[in-house]
Design a protein around this ligand. Sequence first.
Ligand code: C2E
Ligand code: MG
Ligand code: MG
Length: 704
Amino acid sequence: MQSSTSGAEEVRRLQRRFEREHSARLAAEAIAEEGLRELYARQQQLLLLEAIAAAANQSKSVESALQFALTAVCESTGWPLGHAYLVPSEGAKRLRSTGIWHRPQAGDMRAFFNATEMTDFEWGAGLPGRVLVTSAPAWIADVTAESNFPRAHDAMKAGLKSAFAFPVLVGTDVAAVLEFFSDKASTPDQILLRLMSQIGTQLGRVIERKRAENDLLHDASHDPLTTLPNRVLFLELLARAVARNQRRPETMFAVLFIDLDRFKVVNDSLGHHAGDHLLVEVAARLSASLRQSDMVARSNAPRHGTCDTLARLGGDEFTILLDDLSDLSEAVGVADRIQKTLAAPFVVEGQEFYASASIGIASSKTGYTSADAVLRDADLAMYRAKTFGKARYEIYDQTMHEAAINRLTLETNLRKALKNEEFVLHYQPIVLLSTAEIIGFEALVRWQKPDSDLVYPGDFIDVAEDTGLILFIGMWVLREACRTMRLWQQEFPRQQPLIISINVSARQFAQQDIVQQIRQIIHETGIDPHTVKLEITESVTMDDAERTVRVLSELKELGVRFSIDDFGTGYSSFSYLHRFPVDTLKIDRSFISRMEQSGESFEIVQTIMHLSRNLGMQVVAEGTETEAHVETLRSLGCDFGQGYFFSKPLSNAAAHDLLQASTPMANAPRAKRPLATSRSAKRSAPPCAQHPVISTGVNAALSR
Ligand code: C2E
Ligand code: MG
Ligand code: MG
């Protein structure tokens, strides 16, 4: 009995031991299996991370990196649906769908996609908004039961259950969020979320790299002062518009070329710093006037106002590309609005002043094939707007192109003329009205073409001014006029030596070394500077009053004298006159010619006479054409006249003959006469035939 009991016990003990060992082995096996599984899962995760890191390094765009990550995560986790958001601009507290998905083939998810893509997720809103706030991954076990999940209804229809999302971080900022959905409910998997954080870091590097690249690109294509697109970028965008327009000729674009009027005055008088400040202000006003255009005037404009581009080409030149126009009047509307927005005063460094712009408009109606051509024509139209009085717009047309070609030809010919010494001077007598005695001459330049055409300054001075050729022509005129007058003064000595009046253009006057130039010419020619009178226009004196006073005073010290030419046609601010050391006012001939018919012109002449008397200045009446003019002018107390009544401008030889005929010493032997310098001398009619009034020396009618 004893032994059978102990035998049974032994069996039970062995059984227990076996069970213990079995369950230990099972446990050990389970542990081993779990470890293996974990190891496998880890390995898979590492592979996923590696694959995404590699793709991120090689990706050409943020979008392609996001697409790769979505697909890789979905395939690795078995979650069927993934989608990416981006923060629309750096620092924005919002997320916008990129439209980039990894999605299953089956199932109708259209409503869910729409709801996702049409919503901007604000700070804290829904799953992406939550990630934006926490900068950390988030998990929702069942989106249909979640209170902060605005797409719950559409998610339910799409059969979606659980979701997780994680941030793509650049530094500590959320730059993007990726979200994933499953059709099964599941509890948070912390290991998976940790892995997703690491993926987020990898993707963040792509965004960071792209931002740096974009910054570089931005610098190369933008103006650093105003941050507006520069010429390079503008031309690129314009080229695209031209190409689009060629593909779809029914569409229309226009370019506005904007140039500030008198910007140089600000720059020169207040300095470059103030000039820069003004440009920044102008840029702000221009871009404000554009945004308005999208909202108000252009009702058919797309939601984001696609293509209206404001650029700064350089200096005070801005351009605007208006795309998707339905009518040219819309471009005109923008030009009008720009004028209005610039009309309010600008305050720069405590100084208030007014700006305006000249605007040229070119549109695709002309049928362009290159961006350069559009810009060239808009520029031409702008130039026309400037010529027609500034603060206005002009629309390009074909005649402007022809005019531009003509100008270009003229410029080339002028350069040749200068090289070939084709310029000559004519001299028009300036006469003492009371006696008709010649007191001097005004030197007037002409272009004697080889084909015998004589071209008058009205046909070339403007182009010479614009191209800077006037600087060379002007120097030649000064030297030649002084040289000739010096010879005449020697040959026809008088108690009051003859005066030579010489026109000096604004551009000549603006040269830094104008004083040295004139000093040099006086020295070279040996002329008495007191017999040299420089004719400047009112615009010269207005441009930069401080400098004008300085330069005039320096020249005055040399002995040179000054007239204000065409007086009455410019800004005519009488108040500034006393500040300038000016000796003579030359009343513009438009007033003289209308003096008898128009009471207003008569009064202007009368006022100028009063003014000059008060300021102790002499007055020369330009365009004195008739005896009646002479009578009226004398009755008003005008001392001097110049005009066809006395003489037209004469060639050098003819002027010399006139002097000889009207000088008491006229019977001096002809051999002593200085050589005529003008080639046109031969062509000029003898003064007696042309100018009976002066040729007799003293006109009986006038000397009464
Ligand atoms: P301006 O200096 O006012 O010269 C007077 C102009 O009036 C001259 O025209 C002259 O021929 C014209 N004139 C004189 N008397 C009469 C008259 O009784 N009736 C009419 N209808 N016209 C008269 P021009 O020679 O064609 O010169 C035109 C303008 O060209 C000048 O006006 C001056 O501004 C500019 N100019 C001429 N020579 C030069 C020059 O050497 N340098 C510069 N910078 N400008 C010059
Ligand atoms: Mg003149
Ligand atoms: Mg004049």
